[in-house]
Design a protein around this ligand. Structure first.
Ligand code: NZQ
Ligand code: ZN
Length: 383
C-alpha cells in the first residue's frame, strides 16, 4: 500500500427532513450567499424548505448556475459577496452548483490577478470562504471533496484544494425524487466511473480498498436498473446518494494508484460538444480499458471475476466479456457508449490530441503512459 494522508472534514447530515435543521449548522450571524441552478429547487420545494430553515439570517442569492458551471456567472457571485460583505456560501443543487460555489469561495479572497488563474495556472488558493451544501443530485461526490470543475469559453478545467471541502453537506434522499431518468442514469455512471478510476490500475497490496471499490460498483450495478424502474423508492435513493458520496470522498482512493484519464478526456468532450459529463465517461471508459488492457491486466481480470462474475474463457476473453458487460450496463440505463450515439464526430480524436498536447497534458494514467497520441487511439476506438 502507498503512503497516504486521509482527512475528510465535511460533516454529512443524512436523511429525510434534514434540511429543516440547516440552521444548526450555520452561525446565527452568518451573512449568506445562497447559490442555485436553473430552477429545479423551486419546482421540488427544496428552495422553500431551505429558506424556511434559514430563518431571519441575511441572505442574498445567485441563481442560474449552469450545468458545467461557467466562470462569468460565478464572477457575478464573487461581486455579490464583496458588495454585500457576505461571509458564508450555501449551495443548493447538484454538483455544478456546488463546484461553482467552491470557485466563488476561493475567488473572493484571491488577490493575485484573475481568479481563473486558479484553474488555468494552478495558482495557489490560500484561503476560502466556508461552504455549506444541500445536495439534490447524487453523482459527483462534490458534497464531500475538495474538487471543482469550471468552464470558460471552450475550456473545462478542474482544481482541487482542501480549503473548499464543504463544512457540512445535507443529503436528503427525498430531494432526489424529482430527478429525471437522464440525471439518475448520469449519476449512476459518474459514480461508477469515479470508483473505477481509483480501482482499475495495478495491484497495490490494498485488498481492503479493492473490496470497498468492488462493493460500490456492485451496489451501483444492482440499484441502477431499480432506480429507473421504481422512481421514488426512498431506500433506493438513499443507497444511491450514499454510494455516490463514498465513491469520491477520498476513502477508496487512499493508498492506491489512480487513473483519472477518463475524466480528463471526458472534460474535453464536454468542452467541445456540450455533452453531459457522465455521458462522456460512458463513451471513454470502455474504450480506454480496451486500449490499456496490458497495463491493467491483473485488475481487469480481478474485476471481471469479482464484479461481473466472469470466470469462463481465456484471460483476453474474460476481459472482453467484462468490458462488454459494463457497456451493456451503461446502455441499459439509456446511455450510448459510442461517440456517434451522442452526435460527436470521430474527428474529435485528433482535436483532443492537439488540445491536450498544447496544454502539456502528456503523461496521464496510473503509469503516465497515456500520451495525447494514446488519447487519440482511445477516442478513435470509441467512434
Ligand atoms: O440547474 P437546475 O435547475 O438545478 O437543474 C439541474 C441540472 O439541469 C438538474 N437537477 C439537479 N438536482 C435536481 C435536478 N432536477 C430535478 N430534481 C433534482 N433534485 O440536473 C441537471 C444537472 O445538474 P448538474 O449539477 O450539472 O449535475 P451533476 O451533479 O452531475 O454535476 C456535473 C458537474 O460536476 C462536475 C462535472 O464535470 C460537471 O461540471 N464534476 C465534479 C466533480 C467534483 N467536484 O468532484 C467530479 C465529477 O467527476 C465531475 O467532473
Ligand atoms: Zn465525474
Amino acid at each position: 500500500m502507498e503512503n497516504f494522508v486521509f482527512r475528510n472534514p465535511t460533516k454529512i447530515v443524512f436523511g429525510k427532513g434534514q434540511i429543516a435543521h440547516l440552521a444548526r449548522e450555520l452561525p446565527a450571524d452568518a451573512r449568506i450567499l445562497l447559490t442555485y441552478g436553473g430552477g429545479s429547487i423551486m419546482a421540488n420545494g427544496v428552495y422553500a424548505q431551505t429558506k424556511a430553515a434559514l430563518g431571519d439570517r441575511t441572505v442574498f442569492e445567485l441563481s442560474g448556475i449552469e450545468p458545467n458551471p461557467r466562470y462569468e456567472t460565478l464572477m457575478r457571485g464573487v461581486a455579490l459577496v464583496k458588495e454585500h460583505k457576505l461571509d458564508y456560501l450555501l449551495s443548493v443543487g447538484g454538483g455544478s452548483v456546488l463546484d461553482g460555489t467552491k470557485f466563488i469561495a476561493a475567488a473572493v479572497p484571491f488577490t493575485e490577478g484573475d481568479p481563473w488563474r486558479i484553474l488555468s495556472e494552478n495558482a495557489e488558493v490560500k484561503s476560502a470562504l466556508p461552504i455549506g451544501a444541500v445536495l439534490t443530485l447524487p453523482a459527483t461526490g462534490s458534497e464531500s471533496n475538495g474538487a471543482a470543475v469550471i468552464s470558460r469559453d471552450d475550456q473545462k478545467l478542474a482544481f482541487i484544494n482542501p480549503l473548499v471541502y464543504p463544512v457540512f453537506s445535507i443529503l436528503d434522499p427525498e430531494t432526489t425524487f424529482t430527478l429525471p431518468p437522464r440525471q439518475i442514469a448520469n449519476g449512476v455512471i459518474d459514480s461508477f466511473v469515479h470508483v473505477m478510476e481509483q480501482y482499475m490500475t495495478y495491484p497495490a497490496a490494498a485488498p481492503l480498498q479493492d473490496r470497498f471499490a468492488e462493493s460500490l460498483l456492485q451496489t451501483l450495478i444492482e440499484i441502477g436498473p431499480q432506480l429507473m424502474a421504481k422512481p421514488g423508492d426512498y431506500d433506493l435513493h438513499a443507497t444511491f446518494m450514499w454510494t455516490a458520496t463514498l465513491a469520491l470522498n477520498g476513502l477508496i482512493g487512499a493508498g492506491v494508484p489512480q487513473d483519472w484519464a477518463t475524466h480528463i478526456i471526458g472534460h474535453e468532450l464536454t468542452a467541445l460538444h456540450g455533452t453531459d459529463h457522465a455521458r462522456t465517461l460512458a463513451v471513454v471508459l470502455p474504450s480506454l480499458l480496451d486500449v490499456q488492457r496490458v497495463g491493467k491486466r491483473e485488475k481487469l481480470l480481478q474485476w471481471a471475476e469479482r464484479v461481473w462474475g466472469v470466470r469462463e474463457g481465456t484471460p483476453e476473453e474474460r476481459i472482453d466479456a467484462a468490458i462488454a458487460r459494463m457497456r451493456a450496463f451503461f446502455e441499459s440505463l439509456g446511455v450510448p457508449t459510442r461517440l456517434s450515439g451522442h452526435g460527436i464526430p470521430d474527428t474529435v480524436a485528433a482535436v483532443v490530441e492537439q488540445r491536450l498536447a498544447a496544454r502539456k497534458v502528456d503523461a496521464i494514467g496510473e503509469r503516465g503512459d497515456i500520451t495525447p497520441a494514446v488519447v487519440r487511439r482511445i477516442l478513435a476506438a470509441a467512434a
